[in-house]
Write a protein that binds this ligand. Structure first.
Ligand SMILES: [Zn+2]
Length: 185
């Protein structure tokens, strides 16, 4: 018999998501049911605040650290990803607004490398819950800021995909809601 407690061990990287999800800006998502035309610019903040509450509930689950299948993130790992998506998208909208209408060039963000570097799998759920709350509040505040004119200001992803503040908000909202669907949250 051993008195060593079972420690969770590194499950390795999840299968990378290499799809370009920008198509959700023009047609509904068959998985999560998201419809791009349902997201109005002035509704983005409210959707984010509501989604943040649902993510907090996900983090209260007892089995939040369990991967549902090999190569698939646990709800905890998804929550870490969503926290970082909130920070990246907030940064991007702030970058566009700071540019005064000039096209903002977004830095590349490798989500799978970030998951490995930050070891999402061994994060503390209570800590992630607090960080998520802060990240959602900051992102919701950032998307409450643009004036009517600023919603059409442009930004360019490093792979060449063009965005405006409006489409960035829509893309962001889908990402957050789709991952809630991923974890049945
Ligand atoms: Zn979706």
């Amino acid at each position: 018999m051993s008195d060593v407690r079972a420690q969770p061990s590194d499950p390795g990287p999840a299968t990378p998501d290499t799809a370009d999800w920008t198509w959700v800006l023009t047609r509904p998502c068959p998985d999560c049911g998201f419809a791009p035309e349902d997201v109005r610019p002035d509704g983005v903040s409210e959707i984010l605040i509501d989604a943040g509450r649902r993510w907090a509930a996900v983090l209260d689950r007892d089995d939040v650290q369990v991967r549902p299948a090999p190569g698939v993130w646990s709800p905890l790992e998804y929550a870490c990803h969503v926290r970082d998506v909130c920070d990246v998208m907030r940064g991007r909208v702030e970058q566009i607004l700071a540019g005064g209408g000039e096209t903002a060039q977004f830095a590349n963000w490798d989500q799978d490398a970030t998951a490995q570097e930050k070891a999402y799998w061994r994060a503390d759920p209570a800590e992630v819950r607090r960080e998520l709350e802060v990240a959602f509040a900051a992102a919701a505040a950032a998307f409450a800021r643009p004036t009517r004119e600023q919603w059409s200001w442009p930004g360019l992803r490093s792979n060449g995909s063009p965005f405006t503040v409006e489409t960035l908000g829509r893309y962001f909202v889908h990402d957050i809601l789709h991952h809630l669907w991923d974890v049945r949250g």
